[in-house]
Ligand binder design. Structure first.
Ligand SMILES: NC(=O)c1ccc[n+]([C@@H]2O[C@H](COP(=O)([O-])OP(=O)(O)OC[C@H]3O[C@@H](n4cnc5c(N)ncnc54)[C@H](O)[C@@H]3O)[C@@H](O)[C@H]2O)c1
Length: 357
């Protein structure tokens, strides 16, 4: 059984299939792509490849495609400029052409990297996302942001590039390590805080049975936001960055891979909740609920041993900086959020003291 959420943006509309076993619909989709070339690139990381690479390769081969599998090292450091050249060269050597699809099989790192590759190879080729981590299912595979990091900061190079199809097969979660699952829950909590109080409350009792609904609800929220503001110019899409202003800086300064993205975002959300109490009127009980939810999902509330100054500097190079000011997402109450750049440095110092013990 699969559900479908449609993402509608200016130049395209595409389906996101959601469900246990959703991958089984892929052969039918492939058969319908009469204008695709018969060679495809499957980009996957070295952790996911031995677990799920062969099954996707064989679906593609049985549908008549010659598969160039490119397995990249797992982890955030792979999302770099240096990774691009060798991948693009392999694609060129295999003579992939303008109608050769790129298939991303993996977490957000592979999705962001492969999506960017799809956007720049021959100025754009078809692209399918098969997210395998919770974070990639609920967030990074939806909405068309692709890109890589620079040493100066996260996601500083990239493109908006929408896929033709996203397949969210819940069965992939069976092999996801628990720490990675928890990191994905950080983004799920974020959706509850910014857009849906009922979703937030439901996160106290996530079970195998209701997990699909939880994932679908997150995807629906993201799809609605992306439809309103694809390029993050109108203030809606920026709401998805609740917890990310400080979270990205913490992730960067800790060193990519030390704290997982979702762990850094959990700490950033705690800070954003406290700023929301001071500056947007969030009741203190709701701040406590957010902190309790973060802990309930085995996520950190603090990043220990990081000093303020490098974090302030890292916030200065975040791509969300506009006219020299950091933009913050504050929530007046769970289920609502707005954008502001009016966060006084005294308030920021206070929350940094709280989360950087
Ligand atoms: N494009 C966007 O809109 C967007 C949004 C949010 C986050 N992101 C990006 O997503 C990235 C983080 O994504 P992530 O948390 O998925 O990280 P990731 O891609 O590094 O995956 C996490 C780990 O889990 C492993 N893994 C993934 N699926 C697995 C499975 N089914 N079984 C076993 N192991 C599996 C991976 O090999 C990796 O070691 C960051 O780079 C972040 O910037 C992008």
């Amino acid at each position: 059984m699969k559900s479908i959420v449609h993402v509608r943006v200016a130049q395209s509309e595409y389906p996101i299939w959601i469900g246990a076993g959703a991958l089984s619909g892929f052969p039918e989709f492939l058969k319908a792509q009469a204008d695709w070339s018969r060679s495809v690139a499957l980009i996957v990381d070295e952790n996911v490849f031995p677990l799920h690479g062969a099954s996707v390769e064989s679906i593609l081969q049985e549908a008549g495609f010659k598969v160039l599998t490119i397995a990249v090292p797992a982890g955030e450091t792979t999302k770099s400029i240096d990774s691009l050249g060798p991948i693009l060269s392999q694609m060129a050597q295999a003579k992939l052409d303008r109608r050769s699809a790129v298939i991303a099989l993996g977490g957000g790192v592979v999705g962001d990297l492969a999506g960017f590759v799809a956007s720049i190879y021959l100025r754009g080729v078809p692209f399918v996302q098969i997210p395998t981590s919770l974070l990639a299912m609920v967030d990074s595979s939806v909405g068309g942001k692709t890109g890589v990091n620079l040493p100066e900061g996260k996601n500083l190079v990239g493109a908006f590039y929408q896929p033709d199809l996203v397949i969210v097969d819940l069965d992939f979660l069976k092999t996801l390590p628990t720490r990675e699952y928890a990191a994905g829950m950080a983004e799920v909590i974020k959706y509850g805080v910014i857009a849906d109080r009922a979703l937030f409350d439901s996160l106290n009792s996530v079970t195998e049975e209701n997990r699909g609904q939880m994932i679908q609800r997150c995807i629906e929220i993201k799809a609605e936001i992306v439809a309103k503001d694809e390029k993050e110019t109108l203030g809606f899409r920026a709401l998805l960055n609740f917890g990310h202003t400080l979270g990205h800086a913490i992730e960067n300064v800790a060193g990519y891979g030390v704290l997982l993205h979702g762990e850094a975002i959990a700490i950033g959300m705690r800070a954003a909740a406290h700023l929301s109490q001071e500056l947007a009127g969030m009741p203190s009980e709701e701040v406590s609920l957010i902190e309790a939810m973060i802990s309930h999902h085995h996520l950190p509330l603090k990043a220990e041993g990081l000093s303020f100054e490098p974090i302030r500097n890292a916030m200065g190079t975040d791509k969300k900086v506009k006219a020299g000011k950091n933009r913050w997402i504050l929530s007046p109450k769970i289920g609502e959020a707005h954008l502001t750049d009016a966060v006084p440095s005294s308030s920021l110092d206070r929350v940094m003291k709280l989360v950087l013990a």
